[in-house]
Write a protein that binds this ligand. Structure first.
Ligand SMILES: [Zn+2]
Length: 682
């Protein structure tokens, strides 16, 4: 596995975070102290300018970076690099006052007032012109600065705008998508239903809260359009920087399980994937190990967007956040664990919001490396500094990559369509959760999955799970068939292959698009269960040929025309005796179908069988232990994370622990929240 260094000028991993010296320009003593403290904490990068527009340009056209340039120079002289943001995450008051079109309209089409952040109209020509001017000036001033690592485009893109400009853009986008043929759109959206037929594209509104919002095709196309609109804005910013001479790589910071936009689409247009990781450990609804596994899924999702290079954890909280209903501090050791989890999963950075805690306003109580007390002896500062030292010990992993053979299919269109479908139960659709539970089951076997889209590159995978793949994009039935035929192991579930990309039901039985042949069955009914319903299936145990019963919850499908091998049958109610889990040999591979929702751990035999068929080695890990691996050309680095609050021993681990410098011989013991990085030659 070839090393792929994101930042060749940096010797090792990035450690740093958002830094806002503009809040302290009248305190040169503090700015001087900050640099000393950063060096002491092993910090080698800062992100500046994320919300600095009103300082860069206090009145229209009055642009100056005289405050920023000497700070950036001084940081660089002290070995601290800068990631420079375009300041478009929030707008100065003068801009909204003079150009109200910059302010977004809400889902009723009503214009917002000035304030807050992340709420601009991405299509407003007046706003774009102001963005073009400030971004051009930034690039002209700072491009090719030796201390500049990359460009951070805006901040946490999100949300929808329902203004007239966006309405018009939506109509144009639809006209292009449907070849300027309104009848094509009517057919795709099945508008004959309820007399919703359109005569022309200019009759179509966004799905206003008080307007047309129950045409599923319209709702889905609106989300696709909004993804396009945000991406179009991001590309406009990138193009502006490039035209003004910027050559550094670009990123934009994504968010946890983000729903508004399809990151698979957006990611085509940026150089590096980064995301903001804000876990909530020590909460009152979930164990830390279960909670951190959800983070792990996020890391896998963002790693897999560009699997041939490391990603960045752009933000995380030192100690505590301040915007949740309950804001509990990370207990000692948790900061290290959360940070190392990101690195284990493929991040080449540990970055924070924020380096110095702001004195006032909405995030004045959000965690920071440097607290209001301003000293180097706080618990959090010492934990950050200790992590900084540990990151140096493992700097040889910089640029190493994962090499996973298992993937879970995860599509934004599918998320949106399942949630919007008038079907199943509103409270238990749980597409995201289902994907995560499958991820967790593989992780418990020490096998780390990637998360890919149905349109993505599957060539590196031997096992693919495609749960609840309700929407089949064009050509995906054939792609799945080819994957299995060539020897792949594929698992799918209930609610798969019901509709095409326009959300029109596949005719001739589910799963459609030829998948009935791949699975050797068709599904006739999907039944929704109440939480109180007691349904079970019996699994014929592979090893001792006896059957054992496991519970089913939420959904059960009635299968028909089954030619596949039956691995489990329904026990009771009207589906009793019919197939519930099947395996079909197809070409060189196998297609598994799980027709009902179970706990994944109850069907672990399926996972083991798929991994064995694919010759992938697995080992059941102790509860609470996560394992991730990264590879260089000649070494393998296994990260073991103890996400539980008890010491855990793991057998079968040997190699050099880079953090302690000790050789591990067959048994590794990790303290509560402990981490080991085990190096072995390939
Ligand atoms: Zn708008």
């Amino acid at each position: 596995m070839k090393k792929n260094i994101l930042f060749p000028q940096v010797n090792g991993l990035l450690h740093g975070g958002d830094y806002n010296p503009e809040q302290w320009l009248d305190r040169p003593d503090i700015l001087k102290k900050d640099i000393e403290l950063m060096k002491e904490a092993g910090i080698n990068s800062v992100t500046m300018g994320v919300f600095s527009w009103a300082v860069h340009e206090p009145t229209e056209g009055n642009i100056s970076f005289d405050w920023l340039a000497p700070i950036m120079d001084r940081l660089y002289e002290n070995g601290i690099y800068t990631i420079l943001a375009t300041p478009t995450g929030a707008r100065p008051a003068w801009l909204d006052e003079k150009y109200p079109s910059a302010m977004r309209c809400n889902e009723m089409g009503v214009r917002n007032h000035h304030g807050v952040r992340h709420n601009h109209c991405m299509q407003s020509p007046e706003f774009r012109e102001k963005v073009r001017i400030i971004d051009t000036a930034l690039a002209q001033k700072f491009a090719n600065h030796p201390g500049l690592l990359m460009w951070h485009i805006s901040n946490e893109f999100g949300g929808y705008c329902y203004c007239d400009t966006c309405r018009k853009k939506f109509q144009e986008w639809l006209a292009k998508r449907y070849d300027h043929d309104i009848n094509k759109l009517n057919k795709a959206w099945w508008t004959t239903f309820w007399s919703h037929t359109f005569n022309s594209f200019d009759q179509i509104d966004p799905p206003y809260a008080n307007g047309e919002n129950c045409v599923m095709g319209l709702n889905l196309d609106w989300k696709r359009f909004s993804t396009w609109s945000a991406t179009d804005f991001m590309r406009f910013e990138i193009d502006t920087l490039r035209s003004a001479g910027a050559n550094e790589p670009t990123t934009t910071n994504y968010m946890e399980m983000f729903y508004d936009y399809d990151y698979h689409y957006m990611s085509q247009f940026i150089d590096v994937i980064s995301w903001d990781n804000y876990p909530e450990p020590h909460n009152n609804w979930q164990s830390d190990e279960a909670h951190l596994l959800e983070r792990s899924f996020n890391h896998a999702l963002y790693r897999s967007l560009k699997p041939d290079q490391p990603f960045m954890m752009m933000e995380s909280a030192p100690g505590v956040v301040n915007w949740r209903p309950y804001n509990k501090y990370r207990r000692p050791g948790m900061h290290n664990l959360i940070s190392m989890q990101a690195v284990a999963a493929g991040s080449d950075t540990v970055q924070y919001f924020q380096i110095r805690k702001s004195r006032g306003s909405s995030e004045q109580w959000h965690g920071a490396v440097i607290d209001h007390i301003g000293t180097n002896d706080t618990r959090i500062f010492k934990e950050v500094a200790s992590l900084g030292a540990d990151l140096k010990k493992i700097d040889e992993i910089t640029g190493t990559l994962s090499d996973n053979k298992v993937a879970i299919l995860f599509d934004w269109d599918n998320r949106w369509a399942i949630d919007d479908a008038w079907a199943l139960a509103n409270d238990t659709k749980n597409y995201d959760k289902t994907c995560m539970e499958i991820y967790n089951e593989f992780m418990s076997l020490g096998v780390e999955p990637d998360i890919v889209s149905s349109n993505g590159d599957w060539s590196r995978y031997k096992v693919i799970c495609a749960p609840m793949l309700y929407v089949l994009q064009d050509g995906i039935g054939e792609k799945i068939a080819e994957f299995v035929e060539a020897g792949g192991q594929l698992m799918s579930t209930y609610f798969t292959g019901y509709v095409n990309k326009d959300l029109l039901a596949n005719l001739g039985g589910f799963p459609g698009d030829g998948l009935d042949k791949v699975f050797g069955l068709r599904s006739e009914e999907i039944d929704t269960l109440y939480p109180e319903d007691e349904i079970s299936i019996s699994i014929l145990d592979k090893t001792d040929k006896r059957s054992h019963s496991i519970p089913v919850h939420d959904y059960q499908e009635l299968l028909r025309d089954v030619t596949a091998d039956v691995l489990a049958k329904y026990d009771n109610d009207y589906m009793a005796g019919t197939p519930a889990i099947t395996r079909n040999s197809y070409g060189e591979g196998h297609a598994y179908y799980v027709a009902c929702r179970t706990n994944q751990n109850d069907i672990e035999f399926l996972y083991r069988e798929m991994l064995e068929n694919a010759n992938i080695v697995y080992t059941k890990l102790p509860v609470g232990i996560e394992k991730h691996s990264r590879f260089s050309e000649d070494c393998r680095y296994d990260f073991y994370l103890n996400c539980s609050d008890k010491p855990v021993a793991i057998s079968g681990v040997s190699g050099l622990d880079l953090l302690t410098g000790k050789d591990i011989d067959k048994q590794l013991t990790l303290e509560k929240y402990g981490v080991a990085v085990i190096k072995n030659k390939l």
